[in-house]
Write a protein that binds this ligand. Sequence first.
Ligand code: ZN
Length: 280
Amino acid sequence: MVAEPLRGGLQAAGGTPPPVDAEEPARPDVVAQPQPDGSASPRPALLGRPPWTLMYHSVDSGPQDPYLLTVSPQRFAAQLAWLHRNGLRGVSMRELVRAYEQRTTDGLVGLTFDDGYADFPRRVLPALRAHGFTATLYVVAGRMGGHNVWDADAPRKPLVTIEQVRQLADAGVEIGSHGLSHRRMTGLGEEELATEARRSREVLESVVQRPVTGFCYPYGAVDAAAERAVAAAGYDYGAGIRHQSTTSRWALPRCYVGERDGGLRLRAKRLRHALRGWSA
Ligand SMILES: [Zn+2]
């Protein structure tokens, strides 16, 4: 059952790159950076096109994958090797956003992993290390040590435990928040939004004993109210999925990567990102 926009979007994302609209007006290179809460920005502006950022979920072997969220270890290793061969170094979103502020993202690609699956320490970390890459793991703060119960029709997969989250942070992996309970943020009231954003941050910071500065919207579902809540909770950036009409540090776009993505398809996706810029 594909009941959610993201799931449908993920499957659609496997197609060929859309045609680029030559009529689209050039976007300004400098994008204004208003804060969602209306306050003056204490952070440097994000200038130019958002850097290429890959979105993964699980890296494991297994036959059942109705939402196309799992990449086999063999394919994942090949994808990292492809990035390396093409002069790209995989980095955490935290490092990428810092480089984005300083306009030094050349040669970098963001590597992000949603939901906090327990295969990360076993499958992902060793593969990253083989290339000297880092990454961000977005953890559902209220589900550590549990399962992906929010995906009703998907196979149950274990999630990282509190101890594993701590160890991963110590190993240099950026731990970001994926909310408290993997609720869709759009449509929530202000109080619920604040709880998902603020409480999840507090929980994770108590585990990793360092600032948690990144938030990733469950299902990629983000609107102005959700952005405001994430900004107000003190995060430095928000990770979304879709390209928007303006670059917002609270909803940075990411590119879905799946099992079908070999070198040719990765090259097409990279090209599509470069051509698309800010367009939807
Ligand atoms: Zn998720």
